[in-house]
Design a protein around this ligand. Structure first.
Ligand code: SF4
Ligand code: SF4
Length: 501
């Protein structure tokens, strides 16, 4: 409903006898005289200023519209009526005991089947990044070709969705280059031969070091999408992304120069290359942003925070206050991004900023990591080199969240989604079942964080995210920013259309 439709809805439905009551779980944050009101069940929010904020207090618990209309207060009649419409529309008040949204039904997603299918083609890597989730070394094993073909065929024959996206991971998938090409051609041929009618797409995430010109041309011809991992400028990137074998002579050997060279050459050759940075020191958000936007002229990229999974557990520190520090720098980066957009009259697509903004302005939750339950086993699957099936790619090298193996007798992926006991239990990880999240005013914006990261950190997935305080600060910070900067959406709010949606 737009503003005009809302005005006419209010005019025809708000009568003198309409009983207006506040939702009983409204959360209030103050900034001077301004109030930020959050409606947890509907995921609505509103900032009130001046007389409107005062009227909110004057309303008490509520009353019928005639009483509220005639209450002694300087807020004008028209403004009061408009305010009742806005409060109702975001879920902060009820009219005659009914909210604008049916909040019991609106967050039910029903059964989903995975569409984002990540194969760890190899666990070998020529880098030894300090936060590597797969703890890769050059001598690690590969997925045998028959195993890979079996996985591809089972996904295409057994999973109901029409659109399937295969994502090749590792380790470094370009160390299994021929195998990756074989996988793409095999899947396309099988689709054709068996008339499966799937819409297939292919992507892989590479460290960039082996992305040579001949490969780029083939990727272009084969329409295979590529994402390069790069952590911003050399001093940040080289702190963690080092060649395997570094350190034996007492010195790490950074990989930045080679990665940047290959990334730029690939872009120059005309393929779209995604950029993914992993941030371990919170202040590095700003350095990564500056480097990507100003040096590399990238207009679309993703920045993840490092996770307590794999090698990082041994190699890196995870201080208790990291979530707050990450939030503060993330918000500073958003401020910097908005200033840049205004100065250059250009948009930026920074994932997850777009997902977070989406959750503040829409009830749709397109991105699987901001749903409840999250995408584990219902939107994504990770396949280990031995044919193991994991509920998320993040766990495919760890042995955790293993649902079975494609070699298990009678194993069928559709049946697995419908009846695997671990998968069914994972689907119970919702913000309504996690003790702390259940009471959280931001639960329908945040949705409890990543199941895999929570399990890795606490050893228990029925727990709030280890980055809980990041989400708390970021979502409230973004609400104030959206109120202060109405143009923010047009510059940074391109809604998520990531392959993993
Ligand atoms: S993880 Fe934290 S911020 Fe997110 S819903 Fe749970 S309690 Fe709220
Ligand atoms: S486990 Fe984490 S990464 Fe995997 S789908 Fe859930 S939120 Fe996303």
């Amino acid at each position: 409903m737009d503003d005009r439709e809302m005005d006419s809805f209010v005019a025809s439905n708000l009568t003198a006898s309409t009983l207006i009551t506040k939702e009983n779980d409204v959360s209030i944050k103050r900034r001077g005289k301004q109030l930020l009101l959050i409606a947890p069940r509907a995921a609505g929010w509103l900032v009130l200023d001046g007389l409107e904020a005062e009227f909110w207090h004057a309303m008490g618990r509520g009353g019928n519209w005639l009483e509220l209309q005639t209450k002694q207060h300087p807020l004008g009649a028209k403004e009061r009526e408009a305010l009742m419409g806005r409060l109702y529309r975001v879920g902060l008040i009820k009219w005659n005991g009914r909210g604008y949204y049916n909040t019991d039904a609106m967050w039910q997603y029903g059964r989903r089947y995975p569409t984002f299918l990540c194969l760890h083609l190899t666990e070998a890597c020529n880098f030894a990044c300090k936060y590597c989730m797969a703890d890769s070394v050059p001598s690690n094993g590969r997925m045998p070709v028959p195993t890979m073909e079996l996985i591809l065929a089972k996904c295409m024959r057994e999973l109901p969705p029409k659109c399937l996206r295969f994502d090749f991971h590792g380790g470094e998938p370009l160390m299994a280059w021929e195998q990756m090409l074989h996988a793409v051609r095999f899947a396309r041929e099988l689709n054709e031969k068996e008339g499966l009618g799937k819409e297939l797409s292919f992507i892989f995430q590479t460290n960039g070091s082996l992305l040579t010109a001949d490969k780029v041309q083939i990727l272009k011809d084969e329409n295979i999408h590529v994402g390069v991992s790069m952590d911003g400028p050399a001093e940040v990137h080289d702190a963690n992304r080092v060649f395997a074998g570094s350190g034996r002579d007492g010195a790490d050997r950074g990989t930045h120069a080679l990665v940047v060279k290959n990334y730029l050459a690939a872009r120059e050759a005309g393929i779209r290359v995604g950029l993914l940075g992993v941030v371990h020191e919170p202040a590095d958000y700003l350095k990564c942003f500056d480097y990507f936007v100003n040096e590399l002229k990238a207009r679309s990229f993703r920045l993840n925070y490092s996770s307590f999974i794999g090698r990082s557990v041994r190699m890196l520190d995870f201080p208790a206050t990291r979530a707050e520090a990450f939030a503060d720098y993330w918000l500073q980066m958003i401020d910097r991004a908005l200033a840049w957009c205004r100065e250059h009259h250009e948009k930026l697509d920074i994932s997850d900023v777009d997902n977070q903004l989406n959750n503040l302005i829409s009830k749709q939750r397109p991105f699987m990591c901001y749903r409840s339950p999250c995408g584990v086993g219902n939107s994504i699957l990770g396949f280990a080199i031995d044919g193991g099936v994991h509920a998320c790619e993040e766990m495919a090298s760890t042995g955790m969240l293993r649902l079975g193996s494609v070699f298990d007798e009678g194993f069928n992926l559709k049946d697995m989604v419908e009846s695997n006991p671990l998968l069914l239990d994972l689907q119970k990880r919702t913000v309504d079942s996690i003790p702390r999240c259940r009471r959280c005013e931001l639960r329908r914006f945040c949705f409890g964080g990543c199941t895999s990261k929570t399990l890795a950190y606490y050893g228990d997935y029925m727990h709030e995210s280890p980055m809980c305080r990041f989400y708390q600060r970021v979502f409230v910070g973004l609400m104030w920013r959206l109120y202060d900067n109405p143009d923010m959406l047009s510059y940074l709010g391109s809604r998520c259309c990531k392959p993993c949606c």
